[in-house]
Write a protein that binds this ligand. Structure first.
Ligand SMILES: [Zn+2]
Length: 183
């Protein structure tokens, strides 16, 4: 069973047999919207059944995925290449390719593409939220409140001596002629 992170969901999971130089390794291949995970499930071990995770790769680290033929899936990662026997090899290629196309740019790779112009950046109008929620359109923030034309006028100015409210632009009190403080 795979420990999912917040916002992560299993896309496809299936029993496969990994072709290792040491021999076949039966296990479970799990594709989420974030990662590709392979766990070896060996029925026998010194302490009972053995589950060992040998692949846990962010989708952005998958360099290539291909169906070698109808029953073999090849996944190329920076440090290893996995070949899995599965009658669903073509389907795996399809769902992994689809998930990669939705993965956030960079995928944890240093130096990955980022910044304006990337998928979901400013100008990608109409893209729904979901995976790209953090990049989604934020609204253009129109002419917000400010001091420009049309903004609320400054408040009237009370006279410090007689208390009369004077016009904002007045320099002297209209009631007692006392000078009003500037500003
Ligand atoms: Zn006054």
């Amino acid at each position: 069973m795979v420990d999912l992170r917040p916002g992560e969901a299993v896309v496809k999971e299936g029993n496969v047999v990994r072709q290792n130089p040491q021999g076949p390794r039966p296990g479970v291949l799990t594709l989420t919207n974030h990662r590709l995970i392979f766990e070896v499930h060996l029925p026998q071990g010194p302490g009972g059944p053995v589950v060992r995770r040998t692949i846990d790769a962010p989708l952005g680290r998958i360099q290539n995925v291909a169906a070698l033929d109808g029953s073999r899936l090849q996944v190329q990662l920076p440090m290893q290449v996995g070949v899995f026997e599965s009658p669903e090899a073509a389907e795996w290629v399809r769902v992994i390719t689809e998930a990669r196309s939705h993965a956030p740019p960079g995928g944890g790779m240093p130096g990955g593409p980022r910044g304006p112009g990337g998928p979901g950046g400013p100008g990608a109008a109409g893209r729904p939220g979901g995976l790209f929620g953090q990049y989604g359109p934020r609204g253009q923030g129109g002419p917000g409140p400010g001091r420009g034309p049309g903004a609320a006028p400054p408040p009237p100015r009370p006279c410090a001596y007689c208390g009369r409210m004077n016009e904002p632009a007045a320099t002297k009190c209209a009631g007692c002629s006392a000078p009003l403080p500037a500003g």
